[in-house]
Structures are given as C-alpha cells and as structure tokens.
Design a binder for this molecule. Structure first.
Ligand SMILES: Nc1nc2c(ncn2[C@@H]2O[C@H](COP(=O)(O)OP(=O)(O)OP(=O)(O)O)[C@@H](O)[C@H]2O)c(=O)[nH]1
Ligand SMILES: [Mg+2]
Length: 281
C-alpha cells in the first residue's frame, strides 16, 4: 500500500499504567502477534494499519503507544493533545491500574479536544482467577464518562480488531455528520491530499448551492414584499383618495341638496299656509 492509499488517517493514543498490555494490544492489532515477554516501552512508539469499510472508504489507523511510566508524562500529554481517540487500559488483576484510570482520564480532559473518543479496555481477561476489579466497576466508570467499555484478553486478536475498527467507524461517522472538521488537526484526523481536494470542492459546491439557493427564496420573498409594498401603498393610498373624493362629492351633494331640502321644507308650508289663508279668509 502506498503512503497515501487511504482517504483518512486517524490518530489514536494508547494510555494506562505500565504493564497493562498496551504494546501487546498494538502488536496483536498490527502484526497478529502476542508478546509474551514484557518489554517496557521507552517513551513512544507507533504503528499503522489500514482498513477498508464497506463503502470503499480506506482509513489508516495510526496507533501511538506511550510508556505508562510517569517519567514520560510530558510525552503522554503531548500525544493526547491531538488524538481522535484514546484507548485507556487497566488490567482486571490490578486494582492499582484501575485506580490510576481516573488520573489518565484527567490528563485527557486537560489536553484533548472535546470530540475525543474515549474507550476503556480492561486486559488480562484470561486471568479470571486473579481478578481484582469487577466488570461492573469498569462498566460503571465507562458509563460515567460516556465511554465504550471492553474486557479482553490480548490473546484474542479478533476482539482487538473489532475494537479498533469500531473506533474508526465512529470517528468516520463524526466526520460524515460534520461533528468533526477533518481539516482541523486538533481532532486527530488527517485527509489524503486527494480526499482533501475532494472535500474542499464538496464544501465549495455546498457553499455555491447555498449562495445560489438561499438568495432565491429571499429574492422571491423580497420580490413579493416589494410587489406588496408597490401595490399596497397604491391600494392603501388609492382607497382613501377615492373615499376622500367620494366624501367630498357627497359633502358637496349634501351641501347642494341640503339648502334645497331646507327651502322646500320652508316654502311648502308657507305656500300651503298662504293657500289655506286665501281659502278661509
Ligand atoms: N495473560 C495475559 N497477559 C497479558 C495480557 N496483555 C498483556 N499481557 C502481558 O503483560 C505484559 C506487559 O504487557 P505490555 O503490553 O508490554 O504492557 P504495556 O502496557 O505496554 O507496558 P509499558 O510499555 O511499560 O507501559 C507482557 O508480558 C504481556 O505478555 C493479557 O491480556 N493476558
Ligand atoms: Mg508498552
């Protein structure tokens, strides 16, 4: 596979106390090999593996494995800063490693983006007889953090593959639903150059559509408004004009009619009275 034979590159960090199985998890995921001998990680290591989703999207998962030793705290913090996801480990046969979990979460909260996916993985499930941490304890903590929770044995490669692939899928969903901007490096996501161009043109097209579409209804709206404004004032001003004229006319008529009526009212009784006077006197 070429360097950029992927659309997206996701950066994940593996954190947790020393000896909890971070490097073992990484070795199983990338090489399909369980490391029997404990070889503490010095500082930082990383491995990548690409996966192809059903829709043809290829994602390169880049897993950064940090040492669990407090000596390397500065490195751990730096690499948690721009991670898409953090897999936080403890082992079921170490209560101390479970108690440390909260410290690791605190570090994450201090430095990571608010979109980071947190996944809690409890290892050494195959060592059930040595169990010190109950499944419910791990699950409750994960629930309180709205994190995913898995209890695994690092001997089980399928389960490891499933965990990493499901994290990738979730990050991809966040990108597709625009909750993560893949151009913003703080989210631990990088696009291939080709995907970046495609993404930029999609955004451009969307912007153009918005520009083309959004003014139209506005224009139509304003046209209607303008039409209404052009018609309405005329209508509004025309009506009072007509009624004013009518009123004036009516008033004139009334004024003209008024004296006629009044004169008639005055003259008729006078004439009648005069006629009666002539008849009777
Ligand atoms: N039985 C069993 N052993 C495990 C499991 N996971 C890891 N181990 C063993 O635990 C030891 C430590 O594992 P590592 O993966 O090196 O631990 P780490 O978290 O990378 O430790 P640091 O690099 O020091 O931070 C190794 O000897 C592994 O074989 C597991 O699920 N079951
Ligand atoms: Mg290690």
């Amino acid at each position: 596979m070429n360097f950029e034979d992927y659309q997206y590159l996701f950066k994940f960090v593996l954190i947790g106390d020393t000896g909890v199985g971070k490097s073992c998890f990484l070795s199983q995921y990338v090489k399909g090999k369980f490391i029997q001998e404990y070889d503490p990680t010095i500082g930082l290591e990383f491995e990548s593996k690409s996966i192809e989703f059903n829709d043809g999207v290829v994602v390169q998962n880049q897993l950064w494995d940090t040492s669990g030793s407090s000596q390397f705290m500065a490195i751990q913090k730096t690499f948690c800063q721009n991670a898409a996801a953090a897999i936080v480990f403890y082992k079921i046969n170490s209560e101390a490693s479970f108690k440390s979990l909260q410290n690791w979460i605190n570090i994450l909260k201090q430095v990571s983006s608010d979109k980071i996916q947190i996944v809690i993985v409890a290892t050494n499930k195959d060592l059930e007889d040595q169990r010190q941490v109950q499944t419910s304890q791990g699950r409750d903590l994960a629930d309180s953090l709205e994190a995913k929770f898995y209890e695994i044995s690092n001997h089980d490669k399928d389960q490891i593959d499933g965990i990493v692939n499901s994290i990738s899928y979730n990050v991809l969903r966040l990108i597709n639903s625009s909750k993560i901007n893949p151009l913003n490096t703080q989210y631990g996501v990088k696009m291939s150059r080709q995907q970046e161009q495609q993404y930029a043109s999609q955004i451009e097209n969307t912007d153009e559509k918005v520009i083309q579409q959004s003014p139209s209804p506005k224009r139509r709206g304003s046209d209607i408004k303008t039409e209404q404004n052009m018609i309405s004032p005329n209508k509004i001003s025309a009506s009072p004009q007509r009624s004013q004229q009518e009123q004036e006319q009516t008033q004139q008529n009334q004024q003209q009619e008024k004296p006629k009526i009044q004169l008639r009212h005055i003259l008729i009784p006078i004439i009648v009275a005069y006629v009666l006077y002539l008849i009777f006197f």
